[in-house]
Design a protein around this ligand. Structure first.
Ligand SMILES: NC(=O)c1ccc[n+]([C@@H]2O[C@H](COP(=O)([O-])OP(=O)(O)OC[C@H]3O[C@@H](n4cnc5c(N)ncnc54)[C@H](OP(=O)(O)O)[C@@H]3O)[C@@H](O)[C@H]2O)c1
Length: 100
């Protein structure tokens, strides 16, 4: 969950947890504890680490920020994973219904 500390992200983390997902939230240093407190299993501080460059792979990416490209997200998705963006910017439109 990119933007896990925001208005959309905080709801999305909790909804994903209610479905039993293992959730990784991405936020800034000051919000790490908040994101963990709402249920994120792992938290990535974007001031310390680029979430698109770690070795971890994800089944679903929800991007509430729009600061990474389609190809960057694809790098961290499992082969059958999917990605979606809350912001309908032209460059991200293709992510919304990217086939899985
Ligand atoms: N709210 C809505 O009803 C709604 C509806 C449709 C679409 N949207 C769109 O969805 C997006 C998110 O909306 P929102 O209401 O959740 O916004 P928001 O409450 O302002 O939250 C944005 C979050 O983005 C995080 N952020 C900033 N830079 C980041 C980075 N480099 N990496 C990861 N996270 C970063 C911030 O985290 P830190 O504070 O930790 O830096 C902040 O919590 C916006 O583009 C908005 O236009 C919102």
């Amino acid at each position: 969950m990119n933007g896990a500390a925001g208005g959309v992200g905080t709801f999305a983390v909790q909804i994903a947890k209610s479905f039993g997902a293992n959730v990784t939230g991405v936020c800034s240093t000051r919000n790490v504890d908040l994101v963990r407190s709402i249920g994120a299993d792992q938290v990535i501080d974007y001031t310390q680490q680029d979430c698109t460059k770690g070795g971890q792979r994800y089944d679903i990416v929800l991007d509430c920020v729009g600061n990474h490209s389609f190809s960057e997200w694809r790098r961290v998705l499992n082969p059958k994973g999917s990605s979606s963006a809350s912001e309908h910017r032209p460059t991200f439109r293709c992510l919304d219904f990217w086939p899985v």
